[in-house]
Ligand binder design. Structure first.
Ligand SMILES: Nc1ncnc2c1ncn2[C@@H]1O[C@H](COP(=O)(O)OP(=O)(O)O)[C@@H](O)[C@H]1O
Ligand SMILES: [Mg+2]
Length: 279
C-alpha cells in the first residue's frame, strides 16, 4: 500500500536551530497516526512543514508516491491536507454555518448578482455536523456559543466536507476537559473511518493510546521511529517522550548531589550565590 503522505529524511533548520533532523514518516489512509513529543520536540514544525507553512531545509515529501512541494498552506489544502490548529481560525461572533464555509462561501444568483447562499450554508453545515454525530440546534447561532470541543468538531467536519485526505490536528485536546476531549477523540475516529489519514499531535499519551494505530515519537527534533500499537506499550511511549536517557542522566546527577558531603555542597552553594550577585 502506498502511503497517503510520506516524509523522507526531512530536516528543518532555523539559522543555527535544528528543529527537525532526518525525519522519516509514513501516513496511510484510514489510520490515526499519533505524533508525540514533549514541548519543543519539533511537532509543530513538522506539521507546519507538512501543511505548507514551512518548506523542508532538506529531504522530500511525497504524496501518494509522488514528490510534492507545498509553496503555501493554500497549496497544501488544495492537495487535500487540512490542518486544524489549536487556536482555531474561527470568528466567534459569526454563525456556525458562516464559519463552516469561511473563505469558501457558497453563492447563488439573484438576477445579475451573486449573493451568499445562507440557506444552503445552513443546511450543509447542519447535515455535515450531524454525520459526525453532532446535532446543532441552530446553524445560525454564533460559533462563540459552542464549547471548545464542539468548535474543534466543526473544524473537523469542515475538513471532511471539503474533501481532505489528510487531517492534521495540532494538540486538539490539550486545552479541553475530560468529557470534551472524549468528544473530540470520537470525531478523530469518525474521520479515520471515513478513510482519511489523521495525524494527531499530542503530548497526552492516554489520548493518543485511546485512538492511535501508529505512533511516531519526536525528541529534540529527532524521531525515535514509528511503532504500531502492538509493537510498543504506553509506558515505553512515555519513556521515549521524556527522553529516557536524559531522565537517567538526571537521576544520576541528583543522586550525586544528594551524596555529596554537606560542606562541599554548602561551598558550592556559596560560589553559585557569588556568581549571581549583581555587581
Ligand atoms: N520559526 C522559528 N524560528 C526559530 N526557531 C523555531 C521556529 N519554530 C520553531 N523553532 C524551534 O524549533 C524547536 C521545535 O519547536 P516546535 O516545533 O514548536 O516544538 P513542539 O511543537 O513539539 O513544542 C524549538 O526549539 C523552537 O524554539
Ligand atoms: Mg507545538
Amino acid at each position: 500500500m502506498t502511503p497517503l503522505i510520506e516524509l523522507r529524511k526531512v530536516s528543518k533548520y532555523f539559522g543555527p536551530v535544528v528543529s527537525l533532523k532526518d525525519i522519516d514518516m509514513k501516513v496511510y489512509a484510514g489510520e490515526v497516526h499519533c505524533l508525540l513529543g514533549d514541548n519543543g520536540a519539533g511537532k509543530s514544525t513538522l506539521i507546519k512543514t507538512l501543511s505548507g507553512v514551512h518548506q523542508p531545509s532538506e529531504g522530500q515529501i511525497y504524496m501518494e508516491g509522488q514528490p510534492v512541494v507545498f509553496k503555501s498552506p493554500r497549496d497544501a489544502l488544495a492537495r487535500g491536507i487540512a490542518t486544524v490548529y489549536q487556536d482555531l481560525a474561527m470568528l466567534p461572533l459569526m454563525s456556525i454555518s458562516r464559519n463552516f464555509f469561511l473563505g469558501r462561501e457558497p453563492q447563488r444568483k439573484v438576477g445579475p448578482f451573486s449573493i451568499y447562499d445562507a440557506a444552503f450554508a445552513a443546511r450543509v453545515a447542519r447535515e455535515e455536523m450531524k454525520k459526525i454525530g453532532i446535532d446543532i440546534r441552530d446553524p445560525d447561532q454564533p460559533v462563540g456559543t459552542l464549547s471548545g470541543g464542539e468548535r474543534q468538531s466543526v473544524a473537523i467536519a469542515r475538513a471532511v466536507y471539503f474533501g481532505a485526505k489528510v487531517l492534521i490536528l495540532d494538540e486538539p485536546t490539550s486545552a479541553l476537559g475530560v468529557k470534551e476531549s472524549a468528544m473530540v477523540l470520537k470525531y478523530i475516529v469518525q474521520a479515520k473511518l471515513r478513510g482519511l489519514g489523521v495525524i494527531f499531535i499530542t503530548h497526552n499519551v492516554h489520548h493518543a493510546w485511546a485512538v492511535g494505530d501508529t505512533f511516531t515519537v519526536l525528541n529534540r527534533g529527532k524521531s525515535y521511529g514509528t511503532f504500531g500499537k502492538n509493537q510498543v506499550t504506553r509506558e515505553q511511549l512515555l519513556q521515549m517522550m521524556a527522553g529516557g536517557e536524559e531522565l537517567e542522566a538526571l537521576a544520576v546527577e541528583l543522586d550525586l548531589i544528594a551524596r555529596k558531603d554537606p560542606s562541599t555542597a554548602a561551598a558550592e552553594h556559596q560560589a553559585a550565590e557569588e556568581l549571581h550577585k549583581p555587581n
